[in-house]
Write a protein that binds this ligand. Structure first.
Ligand code: PLP
Length: 373
């Protein structure tokens, strides 16, 4: 066989203003070039402790069970859904975006029965509809998406939704992939039992180690399951041996990703979580004002506008693919088009983490103006 001749890696210079990944902070990139130690090295155990403490701060939780799951956001998602869903469980999932459908697919694979609470794509769930769905289906679990990346809609009134679920004795799983570290999120105060996230959005960290937190009620359900979790890799009762007190081998942790997450979370703690939420609101607010000044509108109403992901309605007759290609080719800016019910109608512009800075917003607004001329 001939030896392949592959050139040195030279990715193009991009400004990442899409639905993720976002720009990675230079300090995080530096952390990733730090030499490896073993995943059971005493110094790495300290790193694990740091990451767990920092994650609790970002999630605003006291949950003991707060860890990075090895893998992308879908791994922490499947860890949450797959561990909490037992065969025969009914799980209420949202019908207002792309990621509710992924939740349903994971529920089915875990042997559960997904049922939907419907709302139009781009709108949040209505607590009345959630209450009605509880009466109709009596679900064991309720999962919702706090920040729907596919539509740019934020789920408001979270405490109201969790109260409904708890009144019906169900546990609550929140998808916080596009909110953790960028949009107000208070896991304990809001009564969320389980939350999962991804590092590549508002934490501005490469994908690979994905945050997950569970309270004692959720862990009790997992530890008293009648049947083992279908995935060995994501079985939290086994992962407990590594991330719990024993620190015993389960699998080789992605050490470099854990270093990266630690540095990204240190940046969150240095900035202060409330300040960080405020910065995202301010930067995305400038972006919103800029596109509105061009005569464009955001798809979601202000009450459920999601600062980290701005779904901008395109004028009639404008081809989204052409705008996306123009921004990439002429300005090196990455944005994305709509999905599902919003395909072809909106541009999805991220304002996340290290990308959420004044110069980036100005560049994006100017480039979009040029694209639409
Ligand atoms: N949930 C939401 C809301 C997301 O936006 C994403 C990714 O964009 C995921 C889950 C899945 O994460 P990943 O693509 O990192 O596996």
């Amino acid at each position: 066989m001939e030896r392949p001749r592959v050139g040195e890696l030279a990715p193009p210079d991009r400004l990442l203003m899409g639905p993720g990944p976002s720009e990675v902070h230079p300090r995080v990139l530096r952390a990733m070039s730090t030499p490896l130690v073993g995943h059971l090295d005493p110094s790495f155990i300290d790193v694990m402790d740091d990451v767990q403490d920092l994650l609790r701060y970002a999630f605003q939780t006291e949950n003991q069970w707060t860890i990075p799951v090895s893998g992308t956001g879908s791994a922490s998602m499947e860890a949450a859904i797959g561990n909490l869903t037992e065969p025969g469980d009914t799980v209420l999932v949202p019908g207002n975006g792309y990621f509710g459908e992924r939740m349903a697919a994971m529920v089915t694979r875990a042997g559960g029965d997904p049922v939907f609470v419907e709302a139009p794509w781009g709108e949040p769930l209505d607590p009345v509809a959630v209450e009605d769905a509880f009466t109709e289906y009596r679900p064991d679990l309720f999962a919702f998406v706090h920040a729907e990346t596919s539509t740019g809609a934020k789920q408001p009134n979270v405490p109201e939704l969790t109260a409904i679920a708890h009144d019906h004795d169900a546990l609550v799983i929140a998808d916080t992939v596009t909110s953790l570290g960028g949009v107000e999120l208070r896991v304990d105060e809001w009564g969320i039992d389980v939350a999962y996230a991804g590092p590549q959005k508002c934490l501005s960290c490469p994908p690979g180690a994905s945050p997950l937190t569970l309270n004692d009620r959720a862990m009790a359900k997992i530890c008293t399951r009648d049947t083992p979790v279908r995935s060995w890799y994501l079985d939290l009762s086994l992962l407990q041996e590594y991330w719990g007190d024993e620190r015993a081998y389960h699998h080789t942790a992605p050490i470099t990703n854990v270093y990266a997450l630690r540095e990204a979370l240190r940046l969150v703690a240095e900035e202060g979580i409330e300040n960080r939420w405020e910065r995202h609101r301010r930067m995305a607010g400038a972006l919103k004002a800029g596109v509105e000044a061009m005569g464009l509108e955001l798809n979601p109403e202000d009450d459920w506008w999601l600062p980290s992901l701005n779904a901008v309605r395109l004028p009639e007759g404008v081809d989204d693919d052409a705008v996306i290609a123009f921004l990439l080719e002429e300005y090196g800016i990455e944005v994305a088009g709509g999905l599902g019910d919003l395909a072809g109608d909106v541009l999805r512009i991220g304002c996340m983490g290290h990308s959420a800075r004044p110069g980036n917003v100005l560049t994006l607004v100017a480039a979009l103006g040029d694209a639409l001329e």
